[in-house]
Write a protein that binds this ligand. Sequence first.
Ligand code: TRP
Length: 342
Amino acid sequence: MTDIQTYSGPQRILSGMQPTGGLHLGNYLGALVNWVKLQESGAECFYCVVDMHAITMPHAAAELPDKVRGAAAAYIASGVDPEKSAVFAQSAVPAHAELAWIFQCVARLGWLERMTQFKDKAGKDKERASVGLFTYPVLQAADILVYKATHVPVGEDQKQHLELSRDIAARFMRDYDCEGFFPLPDPYIQGAGTRIMSLKDGSKKMSKSDPSDLSRINLSDDADTIARKIKKAKTDPEPLPGSLEDMGDRPEALNLVGIYAALEGSTAEKVISEFGGQGFGAFKPKLAELAVERLSPVANEYARLIADPAEMDRILTKGAERARAIADPVIKEVKARVGFWG
Ligand code: TRP
């Protein structure tokens, strides 16, 4: 697996997550911790809640606004500072949709047909999938390029969408004769150690949509629940090896070691050197203790924020204003190049 770690200075960052109605350890360690680091690097950061992507699948309209507030609250509870970074809902900035339409006329059908996330999400009966689910990556390209973002912190599974964004940017600039108008955005992908897997199956990503709640640690879980889930996490009878090379094919063991390392801000190697030779009976309580210590301040802040929807609305309104200040002139110029009115 190749890690893309080319980010090396303050440029413009954009990322987004769907408002799923509940944040878990995978979102936190796999994404948000990294968003916060980028924010601290001094880069200009745009962190949106992609509610327009959320309607590509069946959804409950009445719940969507609260889910958006919840996702934004999770960003902030994890350390995103809305004074430094723009935190906003995608649907509050019309330029995303306008650019997405133009990009739909730039992207080729064949490019989209190669996208694996569509195949996974559409399932067997793809004739019944929404057209929006098919063009989802084009909207994602618009999310990124409407801010001329240079770096996009995402998980490994989004690399293909980032390549598509680059292809769309390049083709737009060629078709409309404006070389250099868009940057070619780079994915910024953290080390493999921060890919957090299900507690019940080390080969599957930790996910909100997994039917078993025991498969994930939610940011809303209390200390006892966290400890219980870690205790019940799938493992094997072997003790931890003395070195990472000797781990062999033990995805569940590797996942727990990776979670420990990510929570501690160290590396899997270091965790193994500390716990090598010990069984899970010894390691799991230590992991639970560390998880509770790290997550409870985040959980408390999250609970405080979601209890104050008016405050969340103020933050989201301000974030959208900041986002529009960047996106509006970009879409204006794009429309002029395409030959549109206004
Ligand atoms: N597709 C991303 C995911 O599933 C979410 C997303 C939408 C996104 N727009 C984006 C991520 C723009 C980065 C940049 O995780």
